[in-house]
Design a protein around this ligand. Sequence first.
Ligand SMILES: [Zn+2]
Ligand SMILES: [Zn+2]
Ligand SMILES: [Zn+2]
Length: 478
Amino acid sequence: MGEEKFIQERKMIALVTNNDDLKLNNIIEEIKIVKIPDPADLHVELIEPYEGVIVDARNIRYALEFLTKIRSSITSVKLYLKPVFLYSDSSIADKYLMEISDGQVDSRNIVDVLPITKRILEKIRNFQNFQGNRLDYLIALKTLQFMVSRNVDLNPVVMPKSKFGYVYPLITVNFPERDDARMFEIIDFIEKRNLADSRFVDRIHLCPDCYSSFINFRETCPKCGSSNLSVDDLIHHFSCGYVGPESKFKVEDKLICPKCGKTLKHIGMDYDKPSIIYTCKDCNYNFQEPEITGFCFYCGTSSPVDNLIKRDIKSFRVSQVTINCAINGIILSLRDIIASTMKVYSNYVFKAILDHEYKKQKRYNTQSVLVYLRFNFESKDTQFKQNQQEIIVEIARVMKETLRDSDAITAIDDVTFAILLLEATSAQAKIIMSRLKGEIEKFIKSNFPQRELNIEIQYLSLKEALNADFFNSLKYNE
Ligand SMILES: [Zn+2]
Ligand SMILES: [Zn+2]
Ligand SMILES: [Zn+2]
Protein backbone atom coordinates (compact mmCIF):
# COMPACT_ATOMS: atom_id res chain seq x y z
CA MET A 1 0.00 0.00 0.00
CA GLY A 2 1.47 3.34 -1.05
CA GLU A 3 1.77 6.06 1.51
CA GLU A 4 -0.56 8.34 -0.44
CA LYS A 5 -3.35 5.79 -0.42
CA PHE A 6 -2.89 5.18 3.30
CA ILE A 7 -3.23 8.86 4.11
CA GLN A 8 -6.32 9.04 1.94
CA GLU A 9 -7.88 6.10 3.75
CA ARG A 10 -7.36 7.66 7.14
CA LYS A 11 -9.94 10.27 6.25
CA MET A 12 -12.57 7.69 5.47
CA ILE A 13 -15.51 6.30 7.36
CA ALA A 14 -15.93 2.53 7.39
CA LEU A 15 -19.43 1.13 6.98
CA VAL A 16 -19.09 -2.27 8.60
CA THR A 17 -21.67 -4.88 7.66
CA ASN A 18 -22.17 -8.63 7.56
CA ASN A 19 -24.60 -8.46 4.69
CA ASP A 20 -24.38 -8.13 0.90
CA ASP A 21 -27.59 -6.16 0.55
CA LEU A 22 -26.21 -2.92 1.96
CA LYS A 23 -25.74 -0.51 -0.93
CA LEU A 24 -25.48 3.24 -0.72
CA ASN A 25 -27.86 5.08 -3.02
CA ASN A 26 -25.52 7.88 -3.88
CA ILE A 27 -21.87 7.13 -3.96
CA ILE A 28 -20.40 9.02 -1.03
CA GLU A 29 -16.72 8.86 -1.54
CA GLU A 30 -15.80 9.29 2.13
CA ILE A 31 -17.75 6.18 3.15
CA LYS A 32 -16.33 2.79 2.32
CA ILE A 33 -18.23 -0.46 2.82
CA VAL A 34 -16.19 -3.01 4.78
CA LYS A 35 -17.73 -6.46 4.81
CA ILE A 36 -17.06 -8.63 7.84
CA PRO A 37 -19.50 -11.56 7.74
CA ASP A 38 -18.73 -13.18 11.07
CA PRO A 39 -18.81 -11.08 14.26
CA ALA A 40 -15.94 -13.23 15.58
CA ASP A 41 -13.73 -11.70 12.88
CA LEU A 42 -14.52 -8.17 13.98
CA HIS A 43 -11.06 -7.13 14.97
CA VAL A 44 -10.93 -3.55 16.08
CA GLU A 45 -7.55 -3.18 14.37
CA LEU A 46 -9.39 -3.41 11.05
CA ILE A 47 -11.14 -0.13 11.69
CA GLU A 48 -8.25 1.63 13.38
CA PRO A 49 -7.17 3.49 10.20
CA TYR A 50 -10.67 4.93 9.70
CA GLU A 51 -11.71 8.18 11.30
CA GLY A 52 -15.14 6.90 12.12
CA VAL A 53 -17.31 3.82 11.78
CA ILE A 54 -20.88 3.14 10.85
CA VAL A 55 -21.93 -0.32 11.94
CA ASP A 56 -24.83 -2.18 10.41
CA ALA A 57 -27.30 -2.29 13.30
CA ARG A 58 -30.12 -4.01 11.46
CA ASN A 59 -28.68 -6.97 13.30
CA ILE A 60 -28.50 -5.72 16.91
CA ARG A 61 -26.27 -8.55 18.13
CA TYR A 62 -23.75 -7.88 15.40
CA ALA A 63 -23.64 -4.15 16.19
CA LEU A 64 -23.44 -4.77 19.92
CA GLU A 65 -20.54 -7.17 19.65
CA PHE A 66 -18.60 -4.81 17.42
CA LEU A 67 -19.26 -1.69 19.47
CA THR A 68 -18.43 -3.48 22.73
CA LYS A 69 -15.05 -4.45 21.32
CA ILE A 70 -14.24 -0.84 20.46
CA ARG A 71 -15.53 0.78 23.66
CA SER A 72 -13.97 -1.80 25.99
CA SER A 73 -10.57 -1.45 24.39
CA ILE A 74 -7.95 0.20 26.56
CA THR A 75 -5.14 0.52 24.08
CA SER A 76 -5.64 4.08 22.90
CA VAL A 77 -7.88 7.10 23.23
CA LYS A 78 -8.26 7.15 19.44
CA LEU A 79 -9.65 3.66 19.43
CA TYR A 80 -12.05 3.53 22.36
CA LEU A 81 -13.35 7.03 21.69
CA LYS A 82 -13.78 6.43 17.97
CA PRO A 83 -17.00 7.86 16.55
CA VAL A 84 -19.29 4.89 15.90
CA PHE A 85 -22.76 5.26 14.41
CA LEU A 86 -25.51 2.70 14.07
CA TYR A 87 -27.02 2.09 10.65
CA SER A 88 -30.64 1.06 10.51
CA ASP A 89 -33.76 2.26 8.68
CA SER A 90 -36.02 1.30 11.57
CA SER A 91 -35.69 2.83 15.01
CA ILE A 92 -33.36 1.06 17.46
CA ALA A 93 -35.00 0.19 20.76
CA ASP A 94 -31.88 -1.19 22.47
CA LYS A 95 -31.03 1.62 24.90
CA TYR A 96 -27.78 0.02 25.97
CA LEU A 97 -26.53 0.00 22.38
CA MET A 98 -27.66 3.58 21.78
CA GLU A 99 -25.90 4.76 24.93
CA ILE A 100 -22.48 3.50 23.83
CA SER A 101 -22.87 4.69 20.22
CA ASP A 102 -22.86 8.11 18.59
CA GLY A 103 -26.42 7.79 17.41
CA GLN A 104 -28.37 6.28 14.61
CA VAL A 105 -28.29 7.05 10.89
CA ASP A 106 -30.26 5.67 7.98
CA SER A 107 -29.88 5.69 4.21
CA ARG A 108 -31.18 9.27 3.95
CA ASN A 109 -29.09 11.04 6.56
CA ILE A 110 -25.92 8.93 6.43
CA VAL A 111 -23.75 11.89 5.37
CA ASP A 112 -24.47 13.53 8.74
CA VAL A 113 -21.77 11.34 10.24
CA LEU A 114 -19.08 13.40 8.52
CA PRO A 115 -19.44 16.68 10.46
CA ILE A 116 -20.15 14.84 13.74
CA THR A 117 -17.04 12.71 13.32
CA LYS A 118 -15.03 15.81 12.66
CA ARG A 119 -16.32 17.51 15.80
CA ILE A 120 -15.56 14.51 18.02
CA LEU A 121 -12.05 14.05 16.61
CA GLU A 122 -11.38 17.74 17.16
CA LYS A 123 -12.18 17.33 20.85
CA ILE A 124 -10.23 14.15 21.52
CA ARG A 125 -7.12 15.50 19.83
CA ASN A 126 -6.11 17.11 23.14
CA PHE A 127 -6.81 14.09 25.32
CA GLN A 128 -3.86 12.29 26.69
CA ASN A 129 -3.53 8.57 27.00
CA PHE A 130 -4.04 7.41 30.55
CA GLN A 131 -1.24 6.59 32.95
CA GLY A 132 -1.17 4.10 35.78
CA ASN A 133 -2.70 0.69 36.06
CA ARG A 134 -5.57 1.11 38.47
CA LEU A 135 -8.67 -0.27 36.80
CA ASP A 136 -11.09 2.12 38.49
CA TYR A 137 -8.94 5.05 37.43
CA LEU A 138 -8.72 3.85 33.81
CA ILE A 139 -12.42 3.18 33.41
CA ALA A 140 -13.40 6.43 35.13
CA LEU A 141 -11.07 8.39 32.85
CA LYS A 142 -12.33 6.62 29.69
CA THR A 143 -15.89 7.42 30.75
CA LEU A 144 -15.16 11.10 31.46
CA GLN A 145 -13.34 11.41 28.13
CA PHE A 146 -16.32 9.94 26.31
CA MET A 147 -18.69 12.37 28.04
CA VAL A 148 -16.54 15.40 27.24
CA SER A 149 -15.83 14.46 23.62
CA ARG A 150 -19.57 14.18 22.93
CA ASN A 151 -20.86 16.52 25.62
CA VAL A 152 -23.24 13.81 26.80
CA ASP A 153 -24.35 12.72 30.25
CA LEU A 154 -23.40 9.46 31.89
CA ASN A 155 -26.80 7.86 32.21
CA PRO A 156 -28.14 4.81 33.97
CA VAL A 157 -30.36 2.69 31.75
CA VAL A 158 -33.20 0.49 33.01
CA MET A 159 -32.28 -3.11 32.30
CA PRO A 160 -34.74 -5.66 33.69
CA LYS A 161 -32.37 -8.54 32.91
CA SER A 162 -29.63 -6.99 35.02
CA LYS A 163 -29.32 -7.99 38.64
CA PHE A 164 -29.36 -4.32 39.69
CA GLY A 165 -32.21 -3.14 37.47
CA TYR A 166 -30.05 -0.24 36.28
CA VAL A 167 -26.76 -0.32 34.42
CA TYR A 168 -24.42 2.39 33.16
CA PRO A 169 -23.64 1.14 29.63
CA LEU A 170 -20.58 3.37 29.22
CA ILE A 171 -19.07 1.75 32.32
CA THR A 172 -20.28 -1.83 32.11
CA VAL A 173 -19.14 -2.10 28.50
CA ASN A 174 -15.68 -2.49 30.06
CA PHE A 175 -16.66 -5.63 31.96
CA PRO A 176 -17.48 -9.07 30.53
CA GLU A 177 -20.88 -9.05 32.26
CA ARG A 178 -23.33 -6.19 32.20
CA ASP A 179 -24.27 -6.57 35.82
CA ASP A 180 -20.83 -6.41 37.32
CA ALA A 181 -20.98 -4.76 40.75
CA ARG A 182 -17.69 -2.99 39.97
CA MET A 183 -19.88 -0.58 38.00
CA PHE A 184 -20.82 1.00 41.35
CA GLU A 185 -17.16 1.32 42.37
CA ILE A 186 -16.52 3.40 39.26
CA ILE A 187 -19.59 5.52 39.95
CA ASP A 188 -18.39 6.05 43.55
CA PHE A 189 -14.92 6.92 42.28
CA ILE A 190 -16.42 9.65 40.06
CA GLU A 191 -18.90 10.89 42.64
CA LYS A 192 -16.60 10.99 45.68
CA ARG A 193 -14.08 13.10 43.80
CA ASN A 194 -16.80 15.27 42.32
CA LEU A 195 -15.50 14.63 38.79
CA ALA A 196 -18.91 15.38 37.23
CA ASP A 197 -22.18 16.98 38.35
CA SER A 198 -24.58 14.39 39.68
CA ARG A 199 -28.36 14.38 39.54
CA PHE A 200 -30.67 12.02 41.43
CA VAL A 201 -32.59 9.55 39.26
CA ASP A 202 -33.92 6.82 41.53
CA ARG A 203 -33.29 4.89 44.72
CA ILE A 204 -32.87 1.14 44.54
CA HIS A 205 -32.99 -1.52 47.23
CA LEU A 206 -30.51 -4.36 47.01
CA CYS A 207 -30.41 -7.69 48.81
CA PRO A 208 -27.75 -7.51 51.55
CA ASP A 209 -26.66 -11.07 50.74
CA CYS A 210 -26.35 -11.07 46.95
CA TYR A 211 -26.88 -7.41 45.84
CA SER A 212 -29.82 -8.33 43.66
CA SER A 213 -32.57 -5.75 43.13
CA PHE A 214 -35.08 -8.42 42.12
CA ILE A 215 -36.96 -8.15 45.39
CA ASN A 216 -40.60 -8.67 46.30
CA PHE A 217 -41.73 -6.27 48.99
CA ARG A 218 -44.65 -7.45 51.07
CA GLU A 219 -46.41 -6.96 54.38
CA THR A 220 -45.72 -9.75 56.83
CA CYS A 221 -46.94 -10.89 60.24
CA PRO A 222 -44.69 -9.52 63.03
CA LYS A 223 -45.20 -12.75 64.97
CA CYS A 224 -44.65 -15.59 62.49
CA GLY A 225 -43.33 -13.81 59.36
CA SER A 226 -46.08 -15.08 57.08
CA SER A 227 -47.29 -12.86 54.24
CA ASN A 228 -50.67 -14.59 54.20
CA LEU A 229 -52.61 -11.68 55.72
CA SER A 230 -56.07 -10.27 55.49
CA VAL A 231 -56.80 -6.62 56.07
CA ASP A 232 -60.00 -5.33 57.56
CA ASP A 233 -61.52 -2.07 58.79
CA LEU A 234 -61.62 -1.85 62.55
CA ILE A 235 -65.08 -1.00 63.95
CA HIS A 236 -65.75 0.72 67.23
CA HIS A 237 -69.29 0.28 68.54
CA PHE A 238 -70.06 3.37 70.67
CA SER A 239 -72.89 2.04 72.85
CA CYS A 240 -71.04 -1.00 74.22
CA GLY A 241 -67.46 0.06 73.50
CA TYR A 242 -66.56 -3.09 71.61
CA VAL A 243 -63.74 -2.77 69.04
CA GLY A 244 -63.10 -5.48 66.44
CA PRO A 245 -62.53 -6.21 62.74
CA GLU A 246 -65.44 -5.54 60.39
CA SER A 247 -65.62 -9.22 59.43
CA LYS A 248 -66.81 -10.06 62.93
CA PHE A 249 -69.76 -7.65 62.56
CA LYS A 250 -70.87 -8.84 59.15
CA VAL A 251 -74.03 -10.89 59.00
CA GLU A 252 -75.20 -11.13 55.40
CA ASP A 253 -75.50 -7.46 54.33
CA LYS A 254 -75.86 -6.08 57.87
CA LEU A 255 -73.45 -5.11 60.58
CA ILE A 256 -74.34 -6.65 63.93
CA CYS A 257 -72.23 -6.15 67.04
CA PRO A 258 -70.87 -9.54 68.17
CA LYS A 259 -70.79 -8.33 71.78
CA CYS A 260 -74.17 -6.68 72.38
CA GLY A 261 -76.13 -7.95 69.35
CA LYS A 262 -77.34 -4.47 68.23
CA THR A 263 -77.49 -3.61 64.54
CA LEU A 264 -75.13 -0.84 63.48
CA LYS A 265 -76.79 1.81 61.34
CA HIS A 266 -74.99 5.08 60.78
CA ILE A 267 -71.27 5.52 60.68
CA GLY A 268 -70.37 8.48 62.86
CA MET A 269 -73.60 8.17 64.84
CA ASP A 270 -73.48 4.75 66.49
CA TYR A 271 -70.10 3.48 65.31
CA ASP A 272 -66.90 4.56 63.55
CA LYS A 273 -63.89 3.03 61.79
CA PRO A 274 -60.83 4.30 63.70
CA SER A 275 -58.24 2.37 61.66
CA ILE A 276 -57.51 -0.86 59.87
CA ILE A 277 -56.42 -4.18 61.29
CA TYR A 278 -54.43 -7.06 59.85
CA THR A 279 -55.08 -10.67 60.64
CA CYS A 280 -52.48 -13.35 59.97
CA LYS A 281 -54.23 -16.27 58.32
CA ASP A 282 -51.47 -18.60 59.47
CA CYS A 283 -51.24 -17.81 63.20
CA ASN A 284 -54.41 -15.70 63.69
CA TYR A 285 -52.45 -12.84 65.22
CA ASN A 286 -54.14 -9.41 64.95
CA PHE A 287 -52.00 -6.33 64.49
CA GLN A 288 -52.08 -2.82 63.10
CA GLU A 289 -48.51 -2.38 61.86
CA PRO A 290 -47.30 -5.16 59.60
CA GLU A 291 -43.61 -5.53 58.96
CA ILE A 292 -42.39 -4.77 55.45
CA THR A 293 -39.94 -7.39 54.29
CA GLY A 294 -38.15 -7.91 50.99
CA PHE A 295 -37.91 -11.39 49.54
CA CYS A 296 -34.93 -11.79 47.18
CA PHE A 297 -35.79 -13.81 44.09
CA TYR A 298 -32.10 -14.50 43.48
CA CYS A 299 -30.97 -16.07 46.75
CA GLY A 300 -34.25 -16.56 48.60
CA THR A 301 -33.36 -14.41 51.62
CA SER A 302 -36.09 -12.43 53.37
CA SER A 303 -34.88 -9.21 54.97
CA PRO A 304 -36.65 -6.45 56.88
CA VAL A 305 -36.72 -3.40 54.66
CA ASP A 306 -34.26 -1.55 56.92
CA ASN A 307 -31.62 -4.21 56.30
CA LEU A 308 -31.70 -3.84 52.52
CA ILE A 309 -28.92 -1.86 50.91
CA LYS A 310 -30.26 1.47 49.69
CA ARG A 311 -28.45 3.05 46.81
CA ASP A 312 -29.15 6.26 44.95
CA ILE A 313 -28.92 5.95 41.20
CA LYS A 314 -27.68 9.16 39.61
CA SER A 315 -26.84 10.53 36.23
CA PHE A 316 -23.74 12.66 35.68
CA ARG A 317 -23.22 15.79 33.62
CA VAL A 318 -20.01 17.26 32.25
CA SER A 319 -18.54 19.97 34.52
CA GLN A 320 -15.36 22.02 34.29
CA VAL A 321 -13.69 19.35 36.43
CA THR A 322 -14.77 16.68 33.93
CA ILE A 323 -13.22 18.65 31.09
CA ASN A 324 -9.94 19.12 33.00
CA CYS A 325 -9.77 15.41 33.79
CA ALA A 326 -10.46 14.40 30.18
CA ILE A 327 -7.58 16.53 28.98
CA ASN A 328 -5.03 16.20 31.80
CA GLY A 329 -6.01 12.94 33.45
CA ILE A 330 -7.56 12.51 36.86
CA ILE A 331 -5.33 13.96 39.54
CA LEU A 332 -5.28 11.34 42.24
CA SER A 333 -5.14 12.50 45.83
CA LEU A 334 -2.46 11.40 48.29
CA ARG A 335 -5.09 9.21 49.93
CA ASP A 336 -5.82 7.48 46.57
CA ILE A 337 -2.19 6.79 45.87
CA ILE A 338 -1.35 5.58 49.35
CA ALA A 339 -4.38 3.30 49.26
CA SER A 340 -3.12 1.75 46.04
CA THR A 341 0.36 1.10 47.43
CA MET A 342 -0.33 0.01 50.99
CA LYS A 343 -3.11 -1.27 53.22
CA VAL A 344 -5.20 1.62 54.48
CA TYR A 345 -7.80 0.68 57.07
CA SER A 346 -11.27 2.16 57.11
CA ASN A 347 -11.79 4.58 60.00
CA TYR A 348 -14.07 2.06 61.62
CA VAL A 349 -11.58 -0.81 61.56
CA PHE A 350 -8.74 1.50 62.58
CA LYS A 351 -10.66 2.59 65.66
CA ALA A 352 -11.26 -1.07 66.56
CA ILE A 353 -7.53 -1.80 66.22
CA LEU A 354 -6.76 1.20 68.40
CA ASP A 355 -9.24 0.09 71.07
CA HIS A 356 -7.80 -3.38 71.07
CA GLU A 357 -4.25 -2.06 71.26
CA TYR A 358 -5.13 0.25 74.13
CA LYS A 359 -6.54 -2.65 76.18
CA LYS A 360 -3.48 -4.76 75.41
CA GLN A 361 -1.22 -1.90 76.43
CA LYS A 362 -2.84 -1.55 79.82
CA ARG A 363 -2.62 -5.27 80.44
CA TYR A 364 0.86 -6.12 79.21
CA ASN A 365 2.48 -2.75 79.64
CA THR A 366 3.47 -2.51 75.98
CA GLN A 367 3.95 0.78 74.19
CA SER A 368 2.49 2.10 70.97
CA VAL A 369 2.19 5.61 69.60
CA LEU A 370 -0.38 7.26 67.42
CA VAL A 371 0.95 9.75 64.90
CA TYR A 372 -1.24 12.41 63.36
CA LEU A 373 0.27 13.37 60.01
CA ARG A 374 -0.93 16.18 57.79
CA PHE A 375 0.51 17.47 54.52
CA ASN A 376 -0.29 21.06 53.73
CA PHE A 377 -0.26 21.48 49.95
CA GLU A 378 -1.94 24.85 49.81
CA SER A 379 -0.44 26.93 47.08
CA LYS A 380 -1.52 29.56 44.61
CA ASP A 381 1.31 28.58 42.37
CA THR A 382 -0.16 26.97 39.23
CA GLN A 383 3.13 25.28 38.54
CA PHE A 384 2.61 23.36 41.73
CA LYS A 385 -0.59 21.76 40.44
CA GLN A 386 1.43 20.16 37.70
CA ASN A 387 4.13 18.70 39.92
CA GLN A 388 1.70 17.91 42.70
CA GLN A 389 1.08 14.44 41.32
CA GLU A 390 4.80 13.76 41.22
CA ILE A 391 5.27 14.97 44.81
CA ILE A 392 2.31 12.91 45.99
CA VAL A 393 3.66 9.76 44.37
CA GLU A 394 6.99 10.34 46.13
CA ILE A 395 5.34 10.90 49.53
CA ALA A 396 3.44 7.62 49.11
CA ARG A 397 6.68 5.85 48.21
CA VAL A 398 8.52 7.22 51.26
CA MET A 399 5.61 6.33 53.55
CA LYS A 400 5.50 2.77 52.29
CA GLU A 401 9.23 2.44 52.74
CA THR A 402 9.39 3.99 56.20
CA LEU A 403 6.42 2.30 57.85
CA ARG A 404 6.48 -1.33 58.88
CA ASP A 405 3.85 -3.86 57.80
CA SER A 406 2.62 -4.05 61.37
CA ASP A 407 1.84 -0.32 61.53
CA ALA A 408 -1.77 0.55 60.85
CA ILE A 409 -2.83 3.58 58.85
CA THR A 410 -6.13 5.30 58.15
CA ALA A 411 -6.97 8.38 56.09
CA ILE A 412 -8.79 11.21 57.83
CA ASP A 413 -9.10 13.18 54.60
CA ASP A 414 -7.17 13.42 51.32
CA VAL A 415 -4.02 14.78 53.00
CA THR A 416 -4.36 13.76 56.65
CA PHE A 417 -3.54 10.39 58.15
CA ALA A 418 -3.50 8.64 61.52
CA ILE A 419 -0.78 6.05 61.92
CA LEU A 420 -0.54 3.56 64.73
CA LEU A 421 3.13 2.72 65.30
CA LEU A 422 2.94 -0.59 67.08
CA GLU A 423 5.31 -1.32 69.91
CA ALA A 424 7.27 1.85 69.53
CA THR A 425 8.24 4.28 72.26
CA SER A 426 7.59 7.94 71.60
CA ALA A 427 11.35 8.44 71.16
CA GLN A 428 11.39 5.74 68.46
CA ALA A 429 8.29 7.22 66.84
CA LYS A 430 10.03 10.58 66.62
CA ILE A 431 13.02 9.02 64.90
CA ILE A 432 10.80 7.22 62.36
CA MET A 433 8.78 10.33 61.59
CA SER A 434 11.74 12.65 61.30
CA ARG A 435 13.29 10.21 58.83
CA LEU A 436 10.05 10.29 56.82
CA LYS A 437 9.83 14.07 56.96
CA GLY A 438 13.50 14.44 56.08
CA GLU A 439 13.27 12.23 53.02
CA ILE A 440 10.25 14.05 51.63
CA GLU A 441 11.82 17.46 52.23
CA LYS A 442 15.04 16.32 50.57
CA PHE A 443 13.08 15.18 47.51
CA ILE A 444 11.25 18.49 47.22
CA LYS A 445 14.39 20.55 47.80
CA SER A 446 16.33 18.84 45.03
CA ASN A 447 13.45 18.58 42.52
CA PHE A 448 11.21 21.54 43.24
CA PRO A 449 13.41 23.98 45.16
CA GLN A 450 10.87 26.82 44.95
CA ARG A 451 8.18 24.70 46.61
CA GLU A 452 7.36 24.62 50.26
CA LEU A 453 5.45 21.75 51.73
CA ASN A 454 4.34 22.00 55.30
CA ILE A 455 4.28 18.68 57.14
CA GLU A 456 2.44 18.72 60.44
CA ILE A 457 3.17 15.89 62.90
CA GLN A 458 1.63 15.24 66.32
CA TYR A 459 2.40 12.38 68.68
CA LEU A 460 -0.38 11.05 70.87
CA SER A 461 -0.65 8.32 73.44
CA LEU A 462 -3.40 5.82 72.63
CA LYS A 463 -5.52 7.25 75.43
CA GLU A 464 -5.14 10.75 74.03
CA ALA A 465 -5.84 9.47 70.51
CA LEU A 466 -9.10 7.80 71.51
CA ASN A 467 -10.30 11.10 72.96
CA ALA A 468 -8.88 13.38 70.28
CA ASP A 469 -11.23 15.68 68.37
CA PHE A 470 -10.08 14.60 64.94
CA PHE A 471 -10.78 11.05 65.92
CA ASN A 472 -14.27 11.63 67.15
CA SER A 473 -15.22 13.41 63.97
CA LEU A 474 -14.20 10.49 61.75
CA LYS A 475 -16.86 9.01 59.55
CA TYR A 476 -17.17 5.53 60.88
CA ASN A 477 -19.46 4.32 58.17
CA GLU A 478 -16.73 4.49 55.58
ZN1 LIG B 1 -48.59 -14.98 61.80
ZN1 LIG C 1 -72.01 -3.54 70.76
ZN1 LIG D 1 -30.32 -12.11 47.48
